[in-house]
Write a protein that binds this ligand. Structure first.
Ligand SMILES: NC(=O)c1ccc[n+]([C@@H]2O[C@H](COP(=O)([O-])OP(=O)(O)OC[C@H]3O[C@@H](n4cnc5c(N)ncnc54)[C@H](OP(=O)(O)O)[C@@H]3O)[C@@H](O)[C@H]2O)c1
Length: 278
């Protein structure tokens, strides 16, 4: 049996759509990772073959004020689940982020690049990677970026609302690779089937900026892309600093014989239409 945690989030919802009754699903009401001991106890009690941890404290700005809670959810509980999986002989998969990097590298980031998070969320996610692999070297830690879906309130959903109402200014100097959850689920299952362990970067192909992405979303929705104007990160200060370069690449995917995720445009188009229909 596959156990999916964080079942009500973007990625958890996509796993439910893909795996249906091949898996069991726990949302926060059934497993609250801010109580890390419960995470290990639950895994040991349910004895799944595989745990796919889609739960995370993902409020990047709020984490600046709640780093202890974010650390419990993103690191301590992750370590507890990884250890429990080691004990019962189950596979453990968890997700990390482009925000483990500081964004100053001139090119794209690969798995072996040094990590230097510049905000609390990134620090807690990095700690989660390290805890999982320290207690269970067979853990699979997938770093992904700019996660979007057609089912939840995310960057695409917010842009659709704002652009429909009027003009919007969006940062143009942060670059990354949007990743659509349905593709991420397929990539995860392929990596699991291939027995991959350790850190693996997984993002859709295609690099963009938030500004360019907002214009693409407007275009797909039949809205006027000229309503989107560019600004700099300095013009739009946020509580948590964001890396300017979030572009994830993989030095492992091809060597492992895995197919890279496709260009983001096709899945983004489907997600935007799903958001518009909902
Ligand atoms: N979103 C991004 O842009 C992005 C970028 C890079 C990496 N990632 C990583 O990708 C993974 C999936 O992200 P996502 O976009 O699917 O996130 P999401 O939509 O925010 O979902 C996160 C899930 O975690 C749950 N959760 C939060 N606190 C919890 C707690 N204390 N106990 C149990 N569950 C808790 C949430 O439950 P509620 O629904 O009850 O709040 C939600 O179901 C995460 O590991 C994230 O860090 C995301």
């Amino acid at each position: 049996m596959i156990l999916v945690t964080g079942a009500s989030g973007q990625l958890g919802t996509a796993f439910r759509k893909r795996l249906g009754d091949r898996a069991e699903y726990l949302d926060r009401s059934l497993l609250d990772l801010s109580e890390p001991d419960a995470a290990g106890t639950t895994v040991r009690a349910l004895r799944p073959d595989t745990v796919i941890n889609c739960a995370a404290y993902t409020a990047v700005d709020r984490a600046q004020d709640e780093e202890d809670i974010a650390l419990a959810v993103n690191a301590t509980a992750v370590g507890e689940m990884a250890a429990a999986c080691h004990d019962i002989g189950a596979r453990f998969v968890t997700y990390s982020t482009d925000y483990v990097f500081d964004g100053t590298k001139p090119g794209s980031y690969v798995e072996s690049d040094p990590t230097t998070p510049i905000n609390a969320y990134g620090r807690t996610k990095l700690e989660g990677e390290q805890m999982a692999l320290a207690v269970n070297a067979d853990s699979l830690v997938i770093r992904t970026s700019w996660v979007m879906s057609g089912t939840h309130r995310n960057f695409a959903a917010v842009m659709l609302e704002l652009i429909a109402k009027g003009d919007v200014t969006v940062v143009a100097d942060q670059h990354g690779r949007p990743t659509l959850v349905d593709d991420l689920v397929v990539g995860t299952m392929r990596a699991l089937d291939a027995g991959v362990t350790g850190i693996l970067h997984m993002a859709n192909a295609g690099t963009t900026s938030w500004y360019e992405l907002a214009r693409t979303i407007a275009d797909i929705a039949g809205l006027d892309p000229h309503r989107v104007a560019p600004c700099t990160t300095a013009d739009y200060p946020t509580k948590a600093a964001r890396p300017l370069n979030s572009v994830l690449d993989s030095e492992r995917i091809a060597a492992l014989g895995l197919a890279p995720l496709p260009d983001f445009h096709g899945a983004l188009e489907a997600a935007v239409h799903e958001l518009l229909a909902s």
